[in-house]
Design a protein around this ligand. Sequence first.
Ligand code: SF4
Ligand code: SF4
Length: 86
Amino acid sequence: MILFTRQQELKNGLTMKFTIVEEYCKGCGYCITICPKNVLKESSHLNSKGYVIPEILNKEECINCKKCELICPEMAITIQKEEIEA
Ligand code: SF4
Ligand code: SF4
């Protein structure tokens, strides 16, 4: 199940879509620790396996570095760039 998707406009007509698949998350917190802009934080929400999953604290600060996506051992995070639909 996809927990949340956030979209924000980037320069040059692209949007960034940030997705966390809740059921993949093991609650390790690596994504929270590595984020240079403190975009992610621990939520108060548990997934069905009992792991505390992250949530987005301030999406406006995200610089699309993809560190969170790369470090996630469960591949729960996906960051995609998409063209803005006209
Ligand atoms: S892409 Fe970079 S700045 Fe954005 S949430 Fe992930 S680690 Fe943080
Ligand atoms: S790095 Fe992946 S598994 Fe660990 S808390 Fe973040 S989303 Fe969950």
